[in-house]
Design a protein around this ligand. Structure first.
Ligand SMILES: Nc1ncnc2c1ncn2[C@@H]1O[C@H](COP(=O)(O)OP(=O)(O)OP(=O)(O)O)[C@@H](O)[C@H]1O
Ligand SMILES: [Mg+2]
Length: 237
């Protein structure tokens, strides 16, 4: 309940979001007039067949690409009016990303990969390394700080990616098939870890997944099809 208080502002919100790609001789409408609000600590899954625009939607919500029309707000502030510099700064502080393939910097250690966003955000390198070490410890990699991605297993690399996404205490983490590339047991362990950490830090989560079990752990589940989001009904719960 929020009785007598200001109405809660969604951490991430989009309205009338529309995206079409134009390639020579063809226009592809991918996102068609989508409205979505994500509250603090809320967890949502986005499912749907391949090529329906799930990654595109995350990219727009995360300010990595501009919509053809429509708006996105982070913490009530419309990102479409931000300069590229401000947008990058705000994104670094407010939004975390986890991709299917870790996207870690191969030349850097786990500790450096996780501390980098903090240093970019203005934290001193010593404090950033301490926070990064704590977060890597939280994902069970306290004994792998100096390993480079090439010296880690697939599951460990995704844990580093999760640590990197969460270390700056973002308002929302956007995950694009974070465990799509892993065996069931490793995926399930990482799902538990993700749930534990987003709850602990009250971080909102939007996860694109084909995994029914992971989707079942979320507060809401949507299916993206023909550019539209529809709420998926749960058989139980
Ligand atoms: N930069 C681009 N230029 C042109 N078309 C694009 C571009 N990016 C994506 N598309 C098209 O938009 C559609 C949606 O792509 P998107 O990657 O968002 O799908 P997806 O739902 O994430 O699929 P998957 O489950 O396979 O990852 C696809 O048909 C794709 O060809
Ligand atoms: Mg995709």
């Amino acid at each position: 309940m929020n009785k007598g208080k200001q109405p809660l502002i969604p951490v991430v919100r989009c309205k009338s979001l529309h995206k079409e790609f134009v390639i020579p001789g063809q226009k592809v409408e991918v996102i068609n007039n989508i409205d979505l609000s994500i509250d603090k600590g809320e967890k949502i899954a986005i499912m749907g067949p391949s090529g329906t625009g799930k990654t595109t939607l995350l990219t727009l919500l995360g300010g990595l690409d501009k919509p053809t029309s429509g708006s996105v707000w982070w913490d009530g502030i419309e990102i479409g009016f931000m300069s590229n510099n401000l947008l990058a700064k705000q994104r670094n502080g407010k939004i975390g990303f986890v991709y299917q393939f870790h996207h870690l910097l191969m030349e850097f250690s786990a500790l450096e990969n996780v501390s980098l966003p903090l240093v970019i955000g203005g934290m001193s390198p010593i404090a950033a390394k301490q926070s990064a070490a704590d977060m890597l410890d939280a994902v069970g990699l306290g004994n792998r700080l100096q390993h480079k991605p090439g010296e880690l297993s697939g599951g460990e690399r995704q844990r580093v990616a999760v640590a990197r996404a969460l270390v700056g205490n973002p308002i929302c983490v956007l995950m694009d098939e974070p465990t799509g590339n892993l065996d069931d047991k490793t995926a399930s362990d990482i799902h538990k870890l993700i749930m534990l950490l987003v709850k602990k830090f009250a971080i909102a989560l939007v996860v694109v997944t084909h995994d029914q079990k992971l989707a079942g752990l979320m507060d809401k589940c949507f299916v993206l099809n023909s550019g539209k989001l529809s709420k998926k009904r749960r058989s139980s719960k």
